[in-house]
Design a protein around this ligand. Structure first.
Ligand code: GAL
Length: 383
């Protein structure tokens, strides 16, 4: 009897899903671990950690292709959080802040959630006042993506996450097969590569929504960071953050970041566009947009000495200065994420493009492949 019980117990233990004990794989330059983090609607969610020899850590999950954390050494050698994140899966499941998540099927706003392709008209879920935002009520940020296997190379570690978004998902037409690759390299670069195909004409605009605070991961505001954007025009918006008719030149406005300046320098200036966004919450049109990722933005914290460059092949970058952050979200270690404690730099096409034939197209048709590559280069603090 006792032996039977013991056998049963052993079988039950063997059948348990991936347990909490991290599996570790070591590449010449890094250690990478994978652990079971919880369940989401019947699918397993994992947490991956890449650890460099200087103890810097990048962690991410297949839930929402979320970057859950990045820690680097500051100029005094102290390990410092530089992206905002939560401690538990349950907090990500409950949050609407897109904290470190992928955003899709359509990043940014679509006016009244309506658009027409050829002769077919569609109505999307409207989750932001009268408009559609970031893929709707349950966007790609709230899905458990299917993880591939970790590929460990000499200089990089790669992971592929895939997802099938059904025809009609949040109102979007077409079954969309999406793949997001994370490639982490030994020199602390995170490359995110997106690919999508459809079986009916649809619209696609994918991006990533990491909130950065290179000083302390969100304890203080981001207003002392310096920012450079390689852009001489931006997309002015109305009070619902829907693009107006014409692009505007940054020259002579608070939107001019062509030379690095502190984010706080002009954020409180009297300006109709700053009022519309309650700060910076606009798409800048990149001057050097190319098929290959080109430098789009540089941020730097003079306090920690840590920097970040964003390179992309997209035509625009949304710079959001954290104006909707209201201190309701308690992040990692109980840190309260107050007003403007995180900033987002989201490479993408332009808002409301499905209704703007004058903007680069976001329509994807059967037989075509949507691609997007962005690279986040974390820059070591100089001692
Ligand atoms: C940003 C967007 C903001 C806000 C935020 C999520 O991408 O520009 O307006 O919606 O996401 O809170």
């Amino acid at each position: 009897m006792k032996r039977n019980m013991l056998c049963l117990l052993l079988v039950a233990l063997a059948l348990l899903p991936q347990c909490n004990k991290p599996e570790e794989t070591t590449a010449p330059e890094f250690t990478c671990s994978k652990e079971f983090w919880g369940m989401h609607k019947g699918d397993s969610v994992f947490l991956y950690r890449v650890i460099w020899p200087d103890s810097s850590v990048l962690s991410f999950s297949n839930f929402g292709c979320t970057v859950t954390g990045m820690k680097m050494r500051d100029k005094d050698g102290k390990l410092t959080d530089i992206v905002l994140g939560f401690d538990s899966l349950a907090q990500y499941q409950a949050s609407d802040a897109y904290l470190g998540t992928v955003v899709g099927r359509y990043a940014n706003r679509i006016k009244e959630g309506k658009f027409t392709i050829d002769t077919a008209s569609y109505q999307l879920a409207c989750n932001n006042g009268p408009n559609h935002l970031h893929g709707g009520i349950e966007g790609f940020n709230k899905k458990a993506w299917k993880p591939g296997t970790l590929e460990i190379g000499r200089d990089s570690i790669a992971m592929t996450f895939s997802l099938q978004s059904p025809d009609g998902d949040e109102g979007f037409p077409g079954t969309l097969d999406v793949q997001t690759d994370f490639i982490v390299s030994k020199n602390k670069q995170l490359t995110i590569r997106y690919k999508a195909t459809t079986d009916k004409p649809t619209v696609v605009n994918l991006t990533h929504h990491m909130y950065f605070n290179l000083t302390d991961g969100g304890k203080s505001t981001n207003l002392d960071h310096t920012l450079e954007l390689r852009s001489s025009r931006f997309v002015p918006v109305d009070t619902n953050l829907i693009p107006k008719k014409e692009f505007a030149a940054v020259e002579g406005t608070p939107f001019d970041f062509r030379q690095a300046k502190t984010i706080g320098l002009h954020i409180e200036a009297t300006d109709e566009q700053l009022e519309a966004g309650n700060g910076f919450d606009h798409t800048w049109i990149l001057d050097y947009a190319d098929q290959q990722p080109a430098l789009a933005a540089r941020v730097f914290s003079p306090i920690s000495g840590i920097g970040l460059e964003v390179w992309t092949d997209q035509p625009g970058i949304q710079f959001y200065s954290g104006n909707f952050m209201d201190g309701k979200a308690k992040g990692r270690g109980g840190v309260v994420y107050n007003y403007r404690t995180g900033l987002c730099l989201e490479p993408q096409k332009f808002p409301d493009s499905p209704n703007r034939p004058d903007f680069p197209t976001v329509v994807l048709r059967p037989g075509e492949i949507y691609t997007h590559t962005s690279v986040y280069k974390f820059l070591e603090a100089k001692k």
